[in-house]
Ligand binder design. Structure first.
Ligand code: GLC
Ligand code: CA
Length: 526
């Protein structure tokens, strides 16, 4: 299948705007900051920038609680700054996609202020309001993903409203036609300004059971499980109505030409792939997060790749992700050596890769002292490891005080290793992970087999994960040593294109090739 669309050929890069680059020294990243770092992204070789929410927000959930969908929070800049950034992105041949958060607004959004003002208000039905049960309790057992009941009592109008996340993030009612139109207008507002698409927040949660039925107990949960896992989310997630809605969002985007609809979806593969929609009219790319959850073993990963490829509907384009602003960093999860193997995996699999900022320099989770914790997920359920601050810390650019990120005190602490693990330092080191990312991206961009090529022969040979990419006479094998042992693998003959150690380029081998501890190789078999 020839990949022709920009979202098939390109590499996505997620910027968490609070932590990328500060320019006005308030310790928080901003749009001007992203602008000053665009050339870094060009040099890295990525194509599509996804920026996490930048809209006006009380910041209870750091921008995922939006109080105005068509503006910019002063922390990040102005609409003029946005236009300037978008222009600069396009001038460099890059694309820009925004985060669209349609499941909930902030409780400070004018829509909600109206909705909660009285039961008769015209926007009452824009949110999910329900009567109490006879004993005054919440309408059902649905939980918030941040712990506790998902229902909040409103004393003024004497009903409960539902919130999948914080009580400051009331869920909207997608069954209401005016809400639906208002939301689509938001998409049009940004599309008219020239954005290239959206990453849709919690796409699989947008619809809830119309009858508000109770969720069953999750038999797999136990005492210590996070509250949100104690029930099976049968009635408040992945409802059948969602696919019609996603298709409508997609047609809004399609009326602007080739635009990207990326869906944030945490579901098993068989449910996930349904989000491509009937005849591929749903999400352009339903995010595939399965590498984040997969055991880091050759057999498990081989199985995952085969299962995912087999489940894809005809013509659907795959995608892969190692991390994002909600997940522990890959380098902490699998270790610094295996993070290089992970990079080779991500950039040689078939499908669009997404890089989370800092992955390319091997950023690790940063331990946050208790008094500096910011994330409500940690504050609400402390100690369960649910906090996301560790993967949201400032990008270390150089070894100066505050790492070139800011001249003030950064909103989250820098990693202790920032004086060595920073962009300036790693770009000078010939064998650094940053150089590896650049080499892998360069190779990918210049070899069609790595973009459009078939993916074949995905197997685990002991600790080696192996697969091939082929296209019009090009024939590459990818060999990834998932262990810390030296391994040997039989292979006719070939030439090494890249080693994760960045030191065996152009070496020839015959009959067999050896891999050092945590070594990955891309070899040319033609
Ligand atoms: C998504 C976001 C996450 C946010 C949540 C609520 O999962 O990625 O950061 O907290 O939605 O909007
Ligand atoms: Ca700032």
């Amino acid at each position: 299948m020839q990949a022709t669309a920009w979202w098939q050929r390109g590499i996505i890069y997620e910027v968490y705007p609070r932590s990328f680059q500060d320019t006005n020294n308030d310790g928080i990243g901003d749009l001007k900051g992203i602008l000053t770092r665009l050339d870094y992204l060009v040099e890295l070789g990525v194509d599509v920038l996804w920026i996490a929410p930048i809209y006006p927000s009380p910041m209870e959930d750091f921008g995922y609680d939006i109080s105005d969908y068509c503006g910019l929070d002063g922390i990040f800049g102005t609409l003029a700054d946005f236009d300037q950034l978008l222009n600069a992105v396009h001038e460099r041949g890059l694309k820009l996609i925004l985060d669209f958060v349609p499941n909930h607004t902030s409780n400070q959004h004018p829509w909600f202020l109206e909705s909660r003002s009285s039961r008769e208000n015209s926007k009452r039905d824009w949110y999910l309001w329900c009567d109490a049960t006879e004993d005054g309790g919440p309408p059902n057992n649905w939980l918030s993903n941040f712990g506790g009941s998902g229902w909040e009592w409103d004393a003024t109008t004497r009903q409960y409203y539902y919130h999948s996340f914080l009580k400051q993030q009331p869920d909207v009612n997608w069954r209401n036609p005016s809400l639906r139109e208002a939301m689509f207008d938001v998409l049009r507002f940004w599309l008219d300004r020239g954005v290239d698409g959206f990453r849709v927040d919690v796409m699989w949660l947008l619809f809830k059971d119309e009858q508000f039925r109770n969720n069953p107990i999750n038999p797999a949960s136990h005492e210590g499980s996070p509250a949100s896992q104690r029930l099976l989310p049968i009635f408040n997630a992945d409802r059948p109505e969602i696919h019609g809605l996603v298709a409508s969002m997609r047609s809004v985007l399609d009326s602007y030409g080739e635009r990207l609809l990326l869906g944030e979806i945490y579901l098993p593969i068989n449910r996930l792939v349904l989000y491509y929609g009937k005849d591929l009219t749903g999400a352009t790319l339903p995010f595939n997060f399965h590498l984040i959850q997969c055991a880091w073993r050759a057999d498990a990963i081989a199985h995952l790749i085969r299962e995912y490829e087999a489940a894809l509907p005809p013509g659907a384009w795959p995608n892969w992700v190692l991390g994002n602003h909600d997940q522990p960093r890959i380098s902490s999860r699998v270790g610094s050596e295996q993070a290089r193997v992970a990079a080779m995996l991500l950039l040689t699999l078939r499908g669009t890769p997404t890089i989370y900022y800092g992955e390319e320099i091997g950023m690790r989770n940063v331990q946050i002292p208790p008094q500096e914790i910011q994330d409500p997920a940690e504050k609400n359920e402390p100690g369960l490891g649910l906090g996301r601050d560790p993967e949201r810390t400032p990008m270390p650019w150089d070894c100066s005080l505050s790492a070139g990120f800011t001249e003030a005190r950064p909103w989250l602490p820098l990693g202790e290793d920032y004086t060595t693990r920073n962009v300036v330092n790693l770009s000078r080191q010939k064998d650094s992970i940053l150089r590896l990312y650049q080499a892998l991206i360069r190779l990918r961009r210049s070899n069609e087999a790595l973009i459009s090529g078939r993916l074949e022969g995905v197997v685990a040979n002991g600790n080696i994960l192996r697969y091939e990419r082929t296209d019009h006479g090009q024939h590459f094998a990818i060999l990834l040593n998932l262990s810390h042992e030296q391994e040997e693998i039989n292979l006719e003959r070939g030439r090494i294109l890249v080693s994760t150690y960045l030191d065996r380029e152009d070496d020839l081998f015959e009959r067999s090739v050896s891999l050092r501890s945590s070594e990955g190789l891309i070899v040319n078999l033609t």
